[in-house]
Design a protein around this ligand. Structure first.
Ligand SMILES: Cc1cc2nc3c(=O)[nH]c(=O)nc-3n(C[C@H](O)[C@H](O)[C@H](O)COP(=O)(O)OP(=O)(O)OC[C@H]3O[C@@H](n4cnc5c(N)ncnc54)[C@H](O)[C@@H]3O)c2cc1C
Length: 585
């Protein structure tokens, strides 16, 4: 079973749960027409479904192949990439000045979900080029922008993001790649990077590496890192790829999943130093890299949603088809397994988690749009803080549920799920990486607790909680029996979030807050996802769009998944002491 882009659900979630509809109505996107958005999403859905999705299994079986410093992507990938870029998808939300279409991040996010449902290994390369465009547009000199942005925006060239070294993973500040001033304004880089996604490939004629390195006189740690643009081929005077730069792929990794995506060890400066150009200021590279990383974190979050959506579609189809046992109430013969309540519970968990994670990701994208486009500085600042608060939640929750949902997808298939032919196992293998790269989910939780909660002395998170509460109250006030106990269960989850937030904000940052960071993030996501699904259901009831099913999903989430909140609250507040090293001695 292959993937069919759920364009109606995506569009509905975007407009009615994530805040895109109100933003459009109030003119945030100026004269952007709703029909244009609908047409873009429909065409992206068609491209993802018909053209990219069939390549997913080829990518898994064939993988990227390395020989003599070159990487060959799986059959059909090169042509598909070129068709995708030629259709303008790479520059969908890139600045119009550089050839992009300037459409909202929110719309691009919906498309990123679809590219990655179709093939995560294909989609991760696209994400990195988009992040490179963002960082260069925000921090690059005019000369660099003119030379590189048009080709990165069109997708004629791709970008990489290079932080990791053997001794510098989560602790990026430990990196050792060296950059020395060449005296002509450029720099010479020497060192080694590992795990670099699409560091080498055959999709395009040139690859532009965005590399963190350290100057000889740089202070230690993250304050001493600078960001450099290092092209594989130095552009000739006419802009075409000229001489080869002193950077090469040494090897690629053999991985658990995303086999089609080449993960490269990169060597800089074998022959004296790779030519690099500074982006932003010396020693301020981390700030520039954060522009790229924030974009990439949301995109990786969308990979979690994407793989969850694809797994759910596949498991649903299998559950309708596979017959085993007789369901209660069935008179004769065997029943489709979807008729068994435990299988339905698995499928509903898959669907509810997928949709909750989708709304959180899209809401983050709308906050990013507001941070860029709101008319006044105060609104831009508030939106920026909301986007920053939601980004680690989106990244960690969506990628965690990507793994949980694809694992349930295997379970729904029974033994056939463990057999590679069905494809359920590929989703599970592919999903696993998203919780690790772009900052592990543990690091996201620590970021949420240590850096994001204290924003505006806690006002940003308190405003967020107040929004969630309004939704729970609206559900209660609607008095619609189809919602069951949704309002009450959401209210309890929000109470747990509020108490736990107050507990964290009221204490110094210590081992107890760090020990509780991951369950706190899950609690935050549960209350938020539950409320956004309820928003979606309320809107569906109002406008009469598939309202029975949307209310049922919001209700399932509130009654089956949100009750975990009280356990998560206890884990944070009462469980810190038992996160000791005694039992590990
Ligand atoms: C397929 C793949 C593609 C990748 N693509 C890229 C890429 O394109 N560019 C790039 O630069 N990197 C890339 N990476 C690297 C990736 O971002 C790192 O693997 C990731 O950031 C984790 O670093 P690490 O592997 O060194 O793990 P470590 O940092 O060693 O972490 C190990 C464990 O310890 C935990 N941990 C570490 N420090 C702390 C702490 N302070 N507090 C609490 N817990 C902690 C982590 O959460 C994790 O669970 C890729 C990796 C893979 C596998």
């Amino acid at each position: 079973m292959t993937y069919r882009a759920p364009v109606t659900d995506i569009t509905f979630a975007l407009k009615h749960a994530a805040g895109f509809g109100p933003a459009l109505a109030e003119g945030l996107y100026r004269d952007l027409d709703e029909d244009v958005v609908d047409a873009v999403l429909a065409e992206a859905g068609r491209f993802a479904t018909e053209i990219i999705a069939p390549l997913n299994v080829v990518g898994d079986r064939q993988g990227a192949r390395f020989k003599d410093g070159t990487v060959t992507t799986p059959d059909g990938w090169k042509q598909t990439y070129r068709d995708w870029a030629a259709a303008g998808w790479n520059g969908l939300s890139a600045p119009t000045q550089w050839g992009g279409q300037g459409l909202p991040q929110a719309v691009n996010s919906a498309c990123i979900e679809m590219w990655n449902s179709a093939s995560m290994a294909f989609g991760i390369g696209l994400i990195l080029t988009m992040g490179a465009v963002e960082a260069l547009a925000a921090h690059g000199s005019d000369r660099l922008k003119k030379a590189y942005l048009p080709k990165l925006v069109s997708g004629e060239w791709t970008g990489t993001m290079q932080l990791t070294e053997p001794q510098a993973g989560s602790d990026v500040g430990a990196l050792r790649t060296k950059a020395e001033r060449a005296g002509d304004g450029s720099y010479r880089l020497t060192g080694q990077k590992i795990f670099i996604t699409y560091g080498e490939h055959d999709l395009t004629d040139n690859i532009i590496h965005f590399v963190l390195a350290r100057l000889p006189d740089a202070p230690a740690g993250t304050r001493g890192m600078s960001l450099f643009l290092v092209p594989k081929f130095l552009p000739a005077t006419d802009g075409s790829p000229g001489p080869r730069n002193d950077v090469r792929a040494h090897s690629i990794e053999h991985k658990m999943g995303i086999h089609g995506s080449p993960t490269c060890t990169m060597v800089f400066g074998d022959q004296g130093g790779a030519t690099g150009y500074l982006i932003g200021e010396e020693n301020r590279g981390m700030a520039c890299m954060f522009t790229m990383m924030n974009q990439a974190r949301l995109a990786v979050a969308l990979q979690g949603v994407a793989i969850a959506e694809r797994s759910t579609q596949q498991a649903l189809a299998y559950a309708r088809d596979r017959k085993q046992g007789r369901a209660s109430g069935a008179r004769e013969g065997s029943s489709s397994i979807i008729a068994h309540p435990d299988v339905r519970r698995m499928l509903l968990t898959m669907r509810a988690h997928t949709r909750a994670a989708r709304t959180i990701c899209y809401a983050t994208a709308v906050a990013i749009d507001r941070a860029h486009l709101s008319a006044d500085e105060g609104s831009r600042q508030a939106a920026q803080e909301r986007a920053s608060l939601l980004t680690p939640v989106a990244k960690a929750f969506a990628t965690d549920i990507g793994i949980e949902v694809s694992s349930l997808g295997v379970q729904v298939h029974g033994g056939m799920g463990y057999i590679e032919e069905t494809g359920a196992a590929q989703h599970y293998r592919d999903a696993r990486i998203a919780a690790i790269y772009e900052g592990t989910n543990g690091i996201q939780a620590i970021d949420l607790v240590t850096r994001k909660l204290p924003f505006a002395e806690g006002a940003t998170v308190r405003n967020h909680i107040a929004d969630l509460r309004r939704t729970a109250e609206t559900v209660r006030a609607a008095n619609n029996p189809a919602f069951g106990a949704t309002g009450a269960r959401l209210g309890e989850a929000i109470d747990s979030l509020e108490r736990t937030t107050a507990w964290l904000l009221g204490r110094p940052l210590d081992d107890a807050s760090l020990a509780g960071a991951t369950p706190y993030l899950r609690l935050f996501a549960t209350a938020t996802g539950g409320a956004l699904l309820a928003e979606e259901a309320l809107a569906a009831a109002r406008v009469g769009s598939d309202s029975e099913a949307r209310i049922a999903i919001a209700r399932f989430f509130a009654e089956h998944l949100a009750p975990n909140s009280s356990g998560l609250e206890r884990e944070v507040i009462e469980g810190a002491e038992s996160v000791s090293d005694v039992a590990l001695a």
